[in-house]
Design a protein around this ligand. Structure first.
Ligand code: SF4
Length: 333
């Protein structure tokens, strides 16, 4: 993964924090541009769609002000706004793009102690143990290569936290997590797709083989694990692609993952905004919007037609029960 940046946009008060100072030293060679608010950087918002890859090469540093937890009903009970949002990679379907329009660049929030304290407090006050999704706004394994934030998060939650933390990732840089004292309270979910889709659509993420090995390693290190087949993208030869993916998973996942892990499956949704950006910024890329197989879902969003979803679901369930029958499928959405 290319984790180089070409400029840092920063809120001045971010430099009062320990992490802000660390980042200031780490990226001292780059131009630093002062901003008022990480949520509103007019010169970047006004940029042309064609500049999307260029925007992704900026790093934004600020203080997170909103800490509102959103109830969730899948693997976790709560979605937690945590230490970053956005990402340096450029998956063509990334839902962060549709939420933030062009502003899906990596934003790091330096008030990490405040966020972790709040999380521990919420976990302690809940009537029964809860699971907190801390990676719904960014990829924390990728972020961790810059901030080392997962160390404190996982170890403090391990010793003081009640319930579980969880996050998904598309990256294999899990080595710094392997010796942490997690006490089984952090569930790591590896997001996978056929290698051909990773190569052509999940630009800048880790290859499939490396992701599978990383999942094996974290399971060996005692973390509870899951496999996220997401987003399922129904390209013309999707059956062959997902058949090969499931075969490779069955061959390469360790016995421990196959016996203790669970599976989640999410079919792709795509948006008008993403289509506009991708058309201008990646003119030669795979076309993800298929007006024959997709239908409108909410404002400016598209998902696969119901009959096509049913076919994909039954295909995946059948292949998975043949090849990875010991891993429960929690949901397909
Ligand atoms: S790795 Fe995740 S957060 Fe980053 S661009 Fe891809 S989908 Fe978005």
């Amino acid at each position: 993964m290319n984790m180089s940046f070409d400029a840092v946009y920063y809120e001045p008060n971010a430099l009062d924090y320990e992490l802000g100072k660390m980042l200031q030293a780490k990226y001292a060679d780059l131009p630093w541009v002062e901003i008022e608010n990480h949520n509103h950087i007019p010169e970047l918002t006004a940029a042309d769609n064609r500049n999307f890859p260029k925007l992704k090469s900026h790093l934004i540093i600020g203080v997170r002000k909103t800490h509102k937890y959103v109830p969730n009903h899948k693997v976790s009970d709560w979605l937690v706004p945590y230490t970053s949002s956005g990402c340096r990679a450029m998956c063509l379907y990334c839902y962060l793009v549709c939420n933030y329009n062009k502003c899906a660049y990596l934003r790091l929030f330096v008030n990490r102690e405040q966020m972790l304290d709040g999380l521990l407090k919420k976990a302690a006050a809940a009537p029964f143990p809860q699971t907190f999704e801390i990676g719904s706004n960014s990829d924390l394994v990728l972020e961790n290569t810059i901030t080392d934030n997962l160390r404190d998060t996982i170890e403090r939650f391990g010793s003081e936290g009640r319930g579980h933390l969880t996050f998904p990732t598309k990256f294999d840089m899990v080595h710094p997590l392997l010796n942490l004292n997690h006490r089984g309270k952090t569930i790591i979910r590896m997001s996978v797709n056929p290698q051909d889709i990773i190569h052509r659509i999940e630009l800048g993420t880790s290859p499939l083989h490396a992701r599978i090995q990383a999942l094996n390693h974290v399971a060996d290190a005692g973390y509870p694990v899951g496999l996220l087949i997401a987003p399922v993208i129904l390209l013309p030869d999707w059956k062959r692609l997902y058949d090969e993916l499931i075969e490779q998973l069955a061959d390469e996942l360790s016995k421990k993952v196959r016996q203790t892990g669970f599976i989640e499956i999410i079919l792709m949704t795509y948006s008008f905004v993403q289509n506009a950006i991708n058309t201008d910024a990646f003119p030669g890329a795979v076309q993800l919007l298929n007006r024959e197989s997709m239908t409108g879902r909410g404002r400016g969003k598209y998902c696969y037609r119901k009959d096509i979803r049913i076919e994909a679901e039954s295909f995946l369930r059948q292949k998975l029960s043949q090849q990875l029958g010991t891993m429960p499928i929690l949901y397909i959405s």
